[in-house]
Each structure stands twice: as C-alpha cells, then as structure tokens.
Design a protein. Structure first.
Lengths: 68, 255
C-alpha cells in the first residue's frame, strides 16, 4: 500500500511503513548531512530509523548551502 | 588572538561560503583566506539534485561552522532555523540574521534582540548581525550575545565602512568581540575596520564576486592582518597643520 506525504512542499507517494531513514536514502541523500523536520518537529539524526512516516505527514528536508 | 565564547582563533577574517562560482574555487579561496570560521546557510534540499551538497567539499575539522539564519523575517523563523542548524550537528555557533525587508536586507533590531535572548538562553553562541547601533549593541550583550556584528554597509553592496562613526562607539563600549559584517568590498575597507579596533571582519561577496576569488581572499587576509597590527601599534595623531618630517635646520648652505 502506498500513502501520500508532503516532502519539501511536494506531494510524494511512499510505501506504508517507510521510515524517515529509508526515505532519505531512497532520495539519494546522505542522512549525515540532512536535517529533518516532521510535522513541525525536528527529528534528531539518530532517530531517523525509528520514525515511521504516516499518511499526510509534512516533511522538510534541509541542509547546509553556501551562504554569508 | 581573537577569543569568541572561549574559543581561540588565530585568524581575524571570517569568510562566507555563498555566491562562489564553483565548490573548487570556494575551497581554494577559503584556504587562501586563512580563515578558521566560515558561515553557511540552511535551505531545503533540492530533491532534483540530491548530490549538490556543500558538506561533501567543506572540511568540518578545519573550520568552525557558523550557520546563519538568513531568510528569517522574524525572531520565530530565526529560532526555528537555529534549532535546525544545531540538529544538523553544526555545533552551537549561530550567526543570527533577521532581515524582513528583501530590498535593503537591513536587520530588524527588535526581532534580533528577542531572538538573541531566546537562543542565548538555549545555549547557542549567538553572533547577531545588527545595524551599527551602539545602544542595540549594549542590549545584545546584556541578553547574552557572544559577539556583535555591526554592518559596514548593506549586505552585498561592497560599499565599505559607511558606518565608521557608530562602529567606533560600539568598539569603545564593547565587552564582547566586535565583528564588522557585510558591505566590505575591498581589502582597504577591511583594513580600516581593523585599524579602528574591530576584533574581526566577515567577508563574502567581495571575495566570491572578485575576478580571482582566491587571490582576493589572500588580499583580504593580508589587509586584516595589517589593519590589526596597525591598531595594536597605535596610530599617530591626526592634525590639520603640516609638520615637516625633515629637519628645518641645516639649510644655511642654500641661501
């Protein structure tokens, strides 16, 4: 079964039961350099594998970029 | 030596990592600058370009990371960005920026003061970007700022130390380091800030936007060092009347 989440403002279909860590890896991102906010709450890096995404979850994946 | 929040830095030049044409040029410019502290911003990951990751090229063991809250329009947005920066493992350092007006990018003094108080209480080492206002600088120190960062001119303008008079007062009153941030466009501008006693300067656009950013980074490093040495040496008195450098006597053979 697939469900919809909103990731960085875009709707995205993921398999039910997907963890945050699985999604980050599926998106070809490095979990070590990505900060995640799920439904407005910051998720600590060591918890990525324990957070299971739910239908309608609003996720923000953030990282450092060049800036002054 | 420059000490901010108990951390000792040999270099008094902080460098921003924005606007560089390539990661390679950025890395070489940072190296040439001799800087030990670099700023970074936080943005949404571009899901269409997952490998575009500055952390692949920046050596974390070499630089203290100073994440900024650029893009924040009020204290709440800045606090949210700050907490994200800390969650990323970036340490407790923070360059606080609250700029509600995209046209001028001038910092909001009220929201900056409010965010500084919140974040300092949460254990952040807060370095607030501020207008060159001596009273605000005192208030920011009172609520726990680890340093203050008055602007020389608006961000990215390369105009130089337009705020010299106010920055001099800030330096005179400061109990924390004063880092002149924003608007310095030339090494001479950085030297001027250091000559009047600024503890450090932060430069980004002037280096990243130069024809040869690596050489410009080196030029800024030299200027910062020269300016600091001049400050420590103590400037001679400025006066309006001429005062000959050569002896006035011993000219009898001429006339």
């Amino acid at each position: 079964m697939r469900m919809n989440i909103i990731c960085n403002g875009k709707e995205m279909a993921v398999v039910e039961g997907t963890t945050l860590e699985e999604l980050i890896l599926e998106l070809q991102l490095n979990p070590a350099t990505v900060v995640a906010e799920c439904d407005g709450r910051i998720v600590l890096r060591d918890e990525y594998s324990q957070v299971t995404l739910s239908q309608g979850a609003v996720l923000e994946l953030i990282r450092f970029v060049g800036g002054g | 030596m420059l000490t901010i929040a108990g951390h000792i830095f040999k270099s008094r030049l902080l460098v921003g990592t924005g606007k560089f044409a390539s990661a390679e040029v950025m890395c070489r410019a940072l190296e040439a600058s001799g800087s030990e502290m670099v700023t970074v911003a936080l943005r949404r990951v571009d899901l269409d370009d997952p490998t575009d990751d500055i952390m692949r090229v920046l050596d974390r063991s070499r630089y203290v990371f100073l994440p900024n809250t650029s893009g924040a329009r009020d204290a709440d947005e800045a606090v949210r960005l700050a907490r994200m920066a800390r969650a990323s493992g970036g340490g407790d350092w923070l360059k606080l920026e609250v700029t509600p007006d995209p046209r001028t990018l001038l910092p909001d003094p009220v929201e900056t003061l409010r965010a500084t108080a919140i974040l300092a209480a949460e254990g952040f080492k807060v370095l607030p970007y501020m207008n060159a206002d001596p009273i605000l600088a005192l208030k920011l120190q009172d609520v726990g700022a680890a340093a203050v960062m008055p602007l020389g001119a608006p961000i990215g303008t390369n105009q130089g130390l337009l705020t010299r008079f106010q920055v001099e007062i800030i330096i005179e009153q400061a109990r924390v380091p004063v880092i002149v941030d924003a608007g310095l466009g030339l090494p001479s501008h950085a030297a001027e800030a250091m000559e009047i006693g600024a503890d450090a300067v932060l430069v980004n656009t002037a280096i990243a936007g130069a024809g040869d950013p690596v050489r410009m980074a080196r030029a800024f490093a030299q200027a910062v060092e020269a300016g600091r040495t001049a400050f420590e040496a103590g400037a001679g008195r400025r006066q309006s009347r001429a005062d000959a450098s050569s002896p006035a006597s011993g000219l009898g053979f001429l006339r």
